[in-house]
Design a protein around this ligand. Structure first.
Ligand code: NI
Length: 169
C-alpha cells in the first residue's frame, strides 16, 4: 500500500493463451501460495493488466478459500445480483498485518475469460463473491481500506485476533 501502481486502473488483456500471459499466471500463483492468500491480482505484482486468480488452495489465513474453485479470471465484469450487502473481515497481501470489515454485495454474477480465452460466467454468493469483489477492485485501483465504512473495525491482525494464527506474510 502506497505504491502508485496499486491505484491505477489495469489494462484489458488483448491476446489470450500467450507465453507472457501464462508466465504472469504462474507468477501470480507462486506469490499467492507463498503469501497464503485467497487470491491475488496482477497489479499487486506490478503488472497493470486485468488478470486475477483466486481459490483452489487451503490457506491458513482464509480457511474457506479451498471451497472456491481455482480460477484464473481475465478481463472480468462484475454485476451485483440484488442490492443486499454483507459485512466481513478482509485482509490483503498489499496491506500486510492488517484486517478490516468491508461491506460487499452478497450475491453477484461475474463474467470474463480464462487464460486461453474461454468464457467464464458464474453467479456466486458469500465468501466467493467477496473474494471476487476484493480481487477485481485491485484492477480498478481500489484497496479494501478504501471500502471500509466503519474505521473502528480496521486494525492489526495480532491485536484484533490475538488467539488466532492468521499469519499475513
Ligand atoms: Ni488484495
Amino acid at each position: 500500500m502506497g505504491d502508485p501502481r496499486l491505484l491505477e486502473p489495469a489494462r484489458p488483456v488483448e491476446r489470450f493463451g500467450t507465453p507472457a500471459l501464462r508466465a504472469l499466471v504462474t507468477d501470480l500463483l507462486d506469490t499467492m501460495k507463498k503469501m497464503n492468500g485467497a487470491g491475488i491480482a496482477a497489479p499487486q505484482i506490478g503488472v497493470s493488466e486485468q488478470v486475477v486468480i483466486f481459490g483452489g488452495f487451503p490457506s491458513s489465513r482464509y480457511p474457506d478459500a479451498d471451497e472456491i474453485p481455482f480460477t484464473v479470471l481475465v478481463n472480468p465484469v462484475l454485476t451485483p445480483l440484488g442490492d443486499e450487502m454483507e459485512e466481513g473481515w478482509e485482509g490483503c497481501l498489499s496491506v500486510p498485518g492488517m484486517r478490516g470489515v468491508v461491506p460487499r454485495f452478497r450475491r453477484l454474477r461475474y463474467t470474463g475469460f480464462d487464460v486461453d480465452g474461454a468464457p467464464i460466467d458464474r453467479s456466486v454468493e458469500g465468501f466467493h463473491a467477496r473474494v471476487v469483489q476484493h480481487e477485481c477492485d485491485h484492477l480498478l485501483g481500489i484497496l479494501y481500506p478504501m471500502r471500509i465504512a466503519d474505521m473502528s473495525r480496521f486494525g492489526f491482525v495480532d491485536v484484533l485476533f490475538p488467539d488466532q494464527d492468521l499469519q499475513d506474510d
